[in-house]
Each structure stands twice: as structure tokens, then as C-alpha cells.
Design a protein around this ligand. Sequence first.
Ligand code: BES
Ligand code: ZN
Length: 945
Amino acid sequence: MYSTVSYLNTFSGSPALIVTMLVAPVLLLLLVPFPPSSGAQLPNQGQAKDLPIATNGQPFPWDRMRLPKTISPLHYDLTIHPNLTTLDFTGVARIELDVHEDTSIIILHAKQMQISNVLLLAPEGIRPLHVLEYPHFHQLALLSDSVLTKGRKYEVQLEFAANLSDSYHGFYKSSYRTSSGEVRVMASTQFEATFARAAFPCFDEPAFKANFTIRIIREPRHIAISNMPKVKTVELPGGLLEDHFDTTIKMSTYLVAYIVSDFLSVSKTTQHGVKVRRTTDAVMHPISVYAVPEKINQTAYALDAAVKLLDFYDNYYDIPYQLPKHDLAAIPDFQAGAMENWGLSTYRETGLLFDPDRSSASDKLGITKVIAHELAHQWFGNLVTMEWWNDLWLKEGFAKFMEYISLDISYPELHVDDFFLGKCFDAMEVDSLSSSHPVSTPVENPMQIQEMFDDVSYDKGACILNMLRDFLTPEAFEIGIIQYLKRYSYQNTVSSHLWESLTNVSDVCSDDELDVRAIMDTWTLQEGFPLVTVEVRGREVRLSQERYLKTDDPSLTEGFLWQIPLTYMTSTSNTIQRFLLKTKTDILYLPEEVDWVKFNVDMSGYYMVHYAGEGWNSIIRLLQHNHTALSGNDRANLIHNVFQLVSIGKVRLDTALELSLYLSRETEIMAVTQGFGELVPLYKLMEKRDMAALENQMKGYIVDLFRGLIDRQEWTDSGSVSERVLRSYLLLFACVRNYAPCVTKATQLFNKWKDSDGTLSLPVDITMAVFVIGARTPEGWDFLFEKYRHSMQMSVKSRMKTAMTVTSLQDKLTWCVHLASYGEVMKTQDLPGVVVSVSKNPHGYKLAWDFLRANWHTLIKKFDLGSSTISHMVTQVTNQYSTREMLDEVRSFFGSLTEETGSEMRCIQQTYETIEDNIRWMDTNLPLLQAWLNKRSHKVAHEDL
Ligand code: BES
Ligand code: ZN
């Protein structure tokens, strides 16, 4: 099964112990239910219930999921030989060990690979080691017949072989088709969080940092790239080539990367660290972008962005980039958005490739943000790494936050600040359920670790950092994180290390002693977020806090207390006032009586506000008469808060709808999109029930509200990024909602485009609207599909794909899901997106739900249990259900799962809670909504007379 290369036979005299852990890859092919997979997932416990038994029947000498700390790796020498014809790989790992306590057992990770010829290279000579395997925990035990003594240097050497993975993690296969139809195969790695062990035997925990020296064997028609620059290439007998890469600095296993492909690259050299070193010893760092040959002409934007952003971080962090080069590679098959491997970050093609003529303003924003994110990790995560995955937020929340800090300074024209609060809304959505979890949460098994890559770690993490920065001042915050990075370089940290560094700085910067840790522990160690109720009585402002929670059970909100850095302004002063609310209730005194107060200015804090008494009415009056007295972000924040308060019964739906009326004069992107964000879901719930009359009334109300703004949109690409993003959003909405002037225009444009055989260049911002209208007819859909098949422009393809899933033609929807499952014309990496998009379609939601259920086992095998891909699919496919029947159906499916097939996943609880919340919402509010819409249409009809 495996190709043998001569170097693997070097130690052929030693006992060959072959451990088979391979699970045959299952291809995702059809829409029909697949047979259940053999279930290679892990159980929940961190400690084996009984004494673990190795695969050969002997007792396995370690019963925990975490590795012992008796031995740690110092250096890995890895030689890897992928065979892109037979789709497997072989390798040799030689690991230098540091023995901290005398022992005769070495426990390390390996997953689904054959292990052979395992040797101990001790000062007294070379000896074979006995190998036991415990696949349950992905562990190997190497047993020595003599004791390894503390302080002495040892090495182990293992040979291994496995198939290239058919998923998107470990060492996996990717392929693409050239414009002439030829299929080309390549191999790439994705190790975070627990998949380095599927590519080579290793101590696969982030705190086991070591140096890596990597060699890759390849055919001359391919190239190999890895974390470090290549130092030489050696020709092997038989014509293969072996690339030797320089040794890395100390790093975690999850950051190792290598790619064998026929990619081309473009490069620029940048002079990093000029400010940092202030001397003449600045080092030149080449930056390169790699992509498949036919897309290399779409890499210029990413290359410039990477150079600019790496320079930014060099200066901001006051620490030079640590490696001699950085490569960015666009991989044709990629599950996540991107990955920060040290020196070789990897991306989805849509996340890196940019065509100035065909990519949109939001593509540009997205690509710049992804690069900013992965480069931020080169310091936050790579140089300083969390001790364990419970503190994943330390790097992910930070990198998410740095996307905004870096773009704000390096790309002011992108106005990234306009969008930050969207992250806090996203985080609050999951954080308002009782199934949420604290930012720092204990995790043990790979599924739980995967689940940490969620909106809580990323978005809540970023939002609480933003709140802290605002509270401490940007200057003090920057000094604190520089201190943190310098102090813990090449080491591992826990959250409190960050708080200590920031406390030290705030002591210097202010007279008051601030306990940053005490404040921040309330945000990272307890789940959820506070609702602050504000009641103004004369000059007195009464404050109280409680947990905001969407539940029937009030006992769940008890016992929570936050230290909340409140900000506010009033009708008489737009200077931001601050107050740290530490207790359950408190009172503030204003210098004079005011018409209104607005708390959480610009939404720089992670909390919601309820304006009790006359509070909401005075805000509604303000928005009606003078909405620009508040910033666009403040307006978006108010829209969000008022509708969310309806969900928990604090505010009547009428009040929220009365507030929404001012939106007819709104023009700022976040307030407009938040208006849509609160109103559209109401009719989306109805679309999945039999209530067309009210549904259409609601749709009519929303179109009416934004009619003026829609009419004012030009069908061109002019304006700022925000204006452009808003334009494509509005025109798409108008077309989907059948707003006649838009449909007419889009139809004309689609026909013109079709008549030109797709050569006519449409303004980028309007293509989504035009494609969606085109995809309504079978001929239009087929034409779009033909263009999709042959396009090399990733962003154009992505818009066509979305348009094809928005159609009401059921057979076309089925075909889309089929195509993405099959993976030939539409890549399987896009299947989750297609399924979610189809599930939002009133003509496709049943199809999506049936598909999810029928293909569950294949999906979790391909995309991995606990991954954000799987949880996204689960929550998105079901979150617009609002009936008890649907809840029963959803419960019955997820209730039938076993631990191995995902029954423990948090997303299942989120799904139940969301549907329960929808049911409650509909029960309480449907009559009110009906009455309010009726009253309004009477009023409008009356005004028209
Ligand atoms: N470290 C992650 C990639 C990752 C995600 C690894 C999930 C393992 C599991 C990377 O830095 C990341 O956060 N990528 C984001 C994109 C980013 C712009 C938010 C992603 O893939 O969604
Ligand atoms: Zn990240």
C-alpha cells in the first residue's frame, strides 16, 4: 500500500511493529443517506474510566488524555515523503527529548498511522523500543527496557506511514482543475488544533514547544514550502528531490506546515523592524504569495497587504517579525477561512485572491482582515502561546481584535471601525443562551477543543478587549500588550498573565490603583453578559445589573455580577462620561436634568441597556426628530437593544416597532443593517410556517421603510467602502423582495450580460442583485451555472454560487446540494455554505434539513465533530424554526445521536434553546405584530387620502 523509499530501510533490522489505525476514507457522493461511518471520534472523558488497554491487549501505561510532563521534546527532525499519485505518505521523525523525571515510558501522540522501527538513541547506544497504542486518546507509549534518566539527552526515532487525509485536516489532499480540464493534485497541512498527530508522531499540545527541522521529498514537477526557507535541495536516487528547510525557532506543533504543489509565487522584500531596532541592522524579509498557476495574477493585492500589515505589527508590537520569511498560500480545498502557521499562513482562495476588476468592496475588506488576523497571530499565538486550549481566546480574541486595530491605522479608507460592533452583536446572540460558556472554559478532548473556535472566543474575546482598551486608554493598552509579548516570548501563558501586564501599565498611567484582573475575571470566567437597567428620575440615574438571558427559568440569571465600565452621554453633554459599576445597583447624579441619556456610547462595552420608565420613549422621540444627535453606531446599538429586550419581555414589541420607524431616514450602514437584522428574521420565521398574509404585510413594511434609501442607490461602483457594501446589500434585498424598480433594472442588466455571453462587465456592487434575478428562470440559472463552471475569479464564483442557491426552482436547489456533495464542479469545502444558504430559502429549507439528517455521519467525518463548520450548519439550518412540531423533529434527530456521533455538542443545545425562544416569541408577539401593522397601514392609507 505504501511506497518504500530507501531511507526508510536504514533501520530495517529492528522489530517492525505495525499499528493499523487507518480508517478508509468515505467519499461524500450522493444525496441519499450514507451508511454510518466507523466512528473514529473520541469520548468525552479526560481520564479513561477503566485501565486503558492497548490495541495488542496489553495494559496501556497512561490513563489521561493530556500527556505526562515527565518528558518534553526539544527538537524534531522530520522527513516527509508524500506520494501524490498513490495519495499516501511515509516519514521518519527523530525527536530529541528532555527528561524531567526518571522514567522508562514515553507517551506521545499519533493518530491513524502505521508506526514502525521505533528506536531509542541513548548515550549508551541504539535500542529498539516496544510500542503500545491507545487510539482512543490518539496516544502511543514507547517502552524502554532501561530507565531514561533526568538531565541526559535521548532521541527517539519512529517511522510512519498513512494515507493523505480526505478531510481538511492533518496532511491532506487537495486538487484543482485547470482551464483545460486537467485535474492536479497537491498536499497541504492543517494541524490546529489536534491534527499534527495525524501527520507525524509528536507531543501534540501547545505547551510542548520545540524546534523543527523539516525535509520534504518530492517529484521535480512539484515544489515544497514550509515554515522556514529552503536551505538546499538534494537529488535522491531514482530522481526524487529532497528539500531541506532551515530549523525553526521554538514553536508549538499546531503551527507546523508544509505544502507540496505546483504553485507559482510572487514576492516582495520588506524592511522590517526599522523603527524597532533604530539601527542599521534591519533585516530584509521576503514576503511571498503562492497560488495555483492560473490564479497567480490575483495575488498582487494580498502581497501588498501582507507587506503593509507585517510592517504595522512590527511597529505596533515593538518586536520584529521573528522568521526570515513569510509565505501566504491560497489552498484550493480549505475548511476554515485561514490558518496562521508560523512563516507560512494558509488561506481559502476566496480569502486571499483579489481581482481589482471583479472583486467587491466587501471582498477587499474581507481579504485585508483575514491577512491582518493571521499576521497578528505571528506574535499573539505563535510567539506567545496559550498554555492550553481553555484560553484559546487569548490568541483568537486578540487576533480578531487586531484585525480592527491594524486596519483602522493601515487602511483608514476601509473604515473598518464601522463594522466592529457587528462582532459584539454576533457574540451576544450565542452568549444570551444558557448553553453559552465562559471565554475561558476547561476543555479536554479534541471535540471540546474544536468547539472553542466559536463566537465566544473570537467575537466576545475581541469585544471585551475593545472595552478594556477603551477603559484603560489605547496608549496604556498598547504598552501593556507589548510588555506581555516581550515577557512571555517563546513561552505559554494563561489569561492572568495578560491582566498582570495590563495592571502594571495602568498603575503607571493613572493615580488610582486599578485591578484589571478583578474586572476582567468577571468577563472571562463567567458566561453571558449584563443587562444594565437605567432609570432617570430628575438628576438621579438609578442603575442595576442582571444577566441577560433568553430563558423561561429566572433562576438561571441569579448569582452573576460584572464589573462594568459604563460610558454615557446626555442631551446636555456629548462628552463621554465614565463610571465603573461594580455592584448590583448604584446611583449616579447628573449635574442637571436631561431629556435623554445614552449609555454604552458607540457600543464600546459588551453589555445591553434597558431604558426604564420614560427612557425608551425619550429615545424614540430623539430618533424621530434628530437622529444624528447620536452616532450611527449608537443608533445601531439602540435598535439591537430594543428588539433584544422584546425577546425577554422587558419591552413591548410596539415600542421596538415605533423605534424602527425612524429608519426611513437612516443612511449609515450599521444602523441600516441592524434594522434589517432585527426585522427580517421576523418574516423569515413566518416563511417557514403557513402565515402568508402577515408575512407579506411584514415584508411590505420593511420595503416601505427603506424604499427611499433603495431608490437613491446608483447602479455603479462609486463611493466609500461602507457606501458600496450598503449598496450591494440594499439592491440585493430589494430584488429578493421583488421591489419592482429593482427587478426591472436587474432583469435588463442580466439579459444584456447574457446576450454578451458574460463578457459585459457589470458594476461589481450590483452583480449579486443581477445574478439573483437571473437565477429565477431555468435558462438564466443554467447560463449562470455555465459561467460558474468556467470562471477562475473566486469572488465572482462565490456570488454566482450564492445566487444559484437563492432561486425558487426546487430542482436547481437539489442540484446545487448534489454538486457540492460530489465536489467536482462545486467544491465540497463549499457544501456547508450551500446547505445553509438553501436552508434560508423558503423553497429549500426542508431540503437542507433532510440533507443534514441523511448525511450526518459523512458530514461529521469530513468536517470533524465539534468544528465550527458543523455547528454553524446545525444552528443555521434550524434557527428559523418556531413551532413545537419542528422542535420535536429537531429533538428527535439530535436525540438519536450517540456520544461518538456528536450528542454532546454544544450547538445542539443552542439549537433547542433558539427554537424554544422563537416559539415563545411568536406566541407572545404575533398578535401584537398583526395589530401594529394593521394600525400602521390604516394610518398610511389615511395619510395618502
Ligand atoms: N487559527 C485559526 C484557524 C482555525 C480555525 C484552526 C478553527 C482550527 C480551527 C485562524 O487564525 C482563524 O481564526 N481563522 C479564521 C479567519 C479569521 C479571519 C477570523 C477562520 O478560519 O474562520
Ligand atoms: Zn485566528
